[in-house]
Design a protein. Structure first.
Length: 240
């Protein structure tokens, strides 16, 4: 009988991905995420999280499904149009190692509309997780309680020897921590990091927001490289 699950990972460890020290590890770099990704070597990162602040939902549905008052915190953040999102994902595809993973947060609007046009040929969508926040939001029709995380892998697409944790449900229940408008589930992200990286590996988040990925990486002994255009500390000598 063949085994369905492999025990552990057979991938190498990737503890340094920068071409030169323009940015700091385990530090809240204040920067344009595209500049941060440009400083990363090709094929050098096993895991990237990306949480765009979507422009599309605000353009097409005014204030989305949340109404004016409840959508205002999100609507004042810098927005990304589809061209910008594609630029980010193209750079992420470049820096990921073969079989590396991108965890892409999407809202309900883009889940329904589809995101395949953003995904280059070198990447493939392999799974999805629904995050139940245990907190009901607003909405003109249904009330928003979940967010969606696409699991995307750089080819070759395979799980054996790459995905090491097999007890993560595809519906994850966790309350968001902190008051940031885009707070994400730290425990879920920590389990996903454990699943697709080795201790000491670098985890990248080019649009870090509340830096929940940094918190998750710390919990499981990984290095963090990330930044945000609004939140963080600017390092002298680095482009803004």
């Amino acid at each position: 009988m063949s085994m369905v699950f492999a025990n552990g990972r057979s991938a190498s460890t990737y503890s340094d991905c920068l071409k030169e020290p323009l940015y700091e590890y385990n530090f809240p770099n204040r920067c344009d995420g595209r500049d941060l990704l440009a400083a990363v070597r090709d094929d050098s990162v096993p895991c990237v999280f990306f949480d765009p602040q979507y422009r599309g939902i605000l353009d097409k549905l005014a204030y989305g499904n949340e109404g004016v008052s409840r959508g205002i915190k999100r609507s004042v953040l810098p927005q990304m149009d589809e061209a910008t999102i594609k630029q980010f994902i193209a750079e992420i595809a470049r820096v990921l190692i073969p079989t590396g993973h991108l965890f892409l947060w999407v809202d309900k609007f883009h889940l329904c509309e589809g995101v395949s046009g953003w995904i280059p040929e070198s990447l493939g969508i392999v799974d999805m997780i629904v995050w139940d926040k245990q907190k009901m939001g607003m909405g003109y029709r249904t009330r928003r309680q979940c967010e969606y995380l696409l699991v995307i892998q750089k080819k070759p697409l395979r799980a054996k020897g790459i995905w090491a944790v097999h007890d993560i449900p595809d519906i994850w229940v966790e309350r968001p921590s902190g008051c940031h408008a885009h707070a994400k589930p730290v425990r879920l992200q920590a389990r996903l990091i454990e699943a697709v990286t080795n201790p000491g590996d670098v985890v990248v988040d080019p649009a870090a927001g509340s830096y929940s990925v940094w918190k998750a990486a710390q919990l499981v002994g990984r290095k963090f490289l990330g930044g945000d255009i609004v939140y963080g500390i600017h390092k002298e000598g680095v482009r803004t």
